[in-house]
Design a binder for this molecule. Structure first.
Ligand code: PMP
Length: 460
């Protein structure tokens, strides 16, 4: 038996390898071997023992179409039969061209070109380098740093991690980080002052961008990067009305690029294909991944405006960046079907409708719960903040590991949800992130809320 199997872990014993030495996979949780997923059906994943798990978080906001979409699978098979791979140093492919056209047809105004990669961190990495090279191309070489927000996650590669503001993830890699300053997140639950209305709060925190630009010198800054709806580090926190419009104005005033990271909140997750549509802004660069491939293929993309692309075209003519698998034909073929379903197939609109129902059900079940301080989010992207005391908003002692216990109890009950803990703008807190497949039925949404209630009942 695996002697490092923890009693409170989320594993089921059937699928744990006989001994630690038997698994040569470097599992991220180095002390645990997770159960083996063998089958997917709609919104459920089955482990080797046949236990069903309702996928209440789409993994990490990935599986927007569930786990057995026949059209996406057929597109992958057809592309594998035609041509699985052709290096972009020599060729483009039909699915990559088709997908880029489709994304741009539905993208916020001004976005015109798509750079494909294989995942979210790569999309952010490409965005950061594209932004820097853009300024090199136009002769503004003094720009060499970013501004981001304290509570944010942009990926685990060094550039993305460097701009991300999550102290716990960054701590041991500090010497390797790109130069970034961090301003406050837009987080009304804890940030709004007594008597301050939401719009005034949003303007106040957005104005921190201007103050930071003036402090470091605008001519040294490449861009500002933020998630329109913050995912992993805070649990589905949208900005307040007007916040991103103000950010847009400040970026324009000082000539820096506005980069939105929609890796988690994009692709219909919040009820519109791009989350920033609901904030009424168009970024200079936007990153997407996760829901783009819906879990069927690893794919991400970085979209930019014609102004940025033109600088490359009229300048060196070459983006000094790239990976072997960019624009992979099987990945782009899968994503093209996914995006077609999200747009023409009405799946993003369904995320808006079902998300309203999910939000209402969460309020009904947990709106008065003594340990749920805040319920928030948009569409099929919802977060619940767990607190020790609703009145004071005091969090639980982090040593209690509340979020890990909720994850384990939910998993035991057959529900996958995405609880996280960590410092939320100076406060150590716990939250649960929900990001279910958009295809879930009303009954399955009910099952999700019931099982989450069981998990809370066992832990809180
Ligand atoms: N940006 C955001 C907003 C994310 O949520 C994530 C992943 N959670 C990433 C970037 C990194 O994506 P990936 O894990 O696919 O590299």
């Amino acid at each position: 038996m695996n002697h490092l199997f923890h009693a409170e872990s989320v594993q089921s014993t059937e699928s744990v390898p006989e001994s630690k030495a038997m698994s040569h996979v470097f599992h991220r949780s180095a002390k645990q071997t997770p159960p083996v997923a063998t089958r997917g059906e709609g919104g459920y994943i089955f482990d080797k023992a046949g236990k069903p798990y309702l996928d209440g978080s789409g993994g990490a906001a990935v599986s927007c179409l569930g786990h057995s979409d026949p059209d996406v699978i057929a597109a992958i098979k057809a592309q594998a039969d035609a041509i699985p791979f052709a290096h972009t140093g020599f060729f483009t492919s039909e699915p990559a061209e088709r997908l880029a056209d489709r994304l741009i047809a539905h993208a916020p105004e001004g976005l015109d070109k798509v750079y494909f990669v294989s995942g979210g961190s790569e999309a952010v990495e490409a965005a950061l380098k594209m932004a820097r090279q853009y300024f090199v191309e136009i002769g503004e070489e003094s720009r060499g740093r970013f501004i981001a927000r304290r509570q944010s996650y942009h990926g685990n590669t060094l550039g993305a991690l460097g701009t991300g503001g999550n102290a716990w993830r960054r701590a041991q890699f500090q010497p390797l980080m790109v130069e970034t300053s961090h301003i406050a997140p837009c987080y009304a639950y804890r940030g709004q002052e007594d008597g301050e209305d939401l719009v005034a709060y949003g303007q106040r925190v957005a104005d921190e961008l201007e103050a930071e630009l003036l402090r470091v010198g605008p001519e040294t800054v490449i861009g500002f990067i933020a998630e329109p709806v913050v995912g992993a580090t805070m649990g589905a926190v949208p900005a307040v009305p007007g916040y991103f419009k103000r950010i847009r104005e400040i970026c324009d005033r000082y000539g820096i690029l506005m980069i939105l990271d929609e890796v988690m909140c994009g692709m219909g997750r919040t009820g519109t294909l791009f989350a920033c549509e609901q904030d009424g802004v168009s970024p200079d660069i936007v990153t997407i991944a996760k829901g783009l491939g819906a879990g069927y293929q690893p794919i991400g993309a970085t979209l930019c405006t014609a102004r940025i692309f033109d600088a490359f075209q009229n300048g060196s003519g070459f983006f000094q960046h790239g990976h072997t698998y960019i624009g992979h034909p099987m990945a782009t073929a899968a994503a093209d079907v996914v995006v077609t379903k999200l747009t023409d197939g009405g799946m993003a609109a369904r995320a808006a409708d079902m998300g309203e129902k999910l939000g209402a059900a969460l309020f009904e079940a947990f709106g008065q719960h003594p340990h749920i301080g805040d319920i928030r989010g948009r569409g099929m992207f919802r977060g619940l903040e767990i607190v020790a005391d609703r009145e004071t908003k005091a969090p639980f002692d982090p040593a209690l590991g509340i979020n890990k216990k909720v994850k384990a109890a939910a998993f035991e009950a057959g529900l996958i949800c995405y609880p996280m803990g960590g410092t939320i703008d100076g406060v150590q807190g716990d939250h649960v992130l929900l990001a279910p497949p958009f295809i879930l039925t009303d009954d399955q949404l009910g099952e999700l809320v019931d099982k989450l209630g069981q998990a809370f009942g066992a832990v809180l």
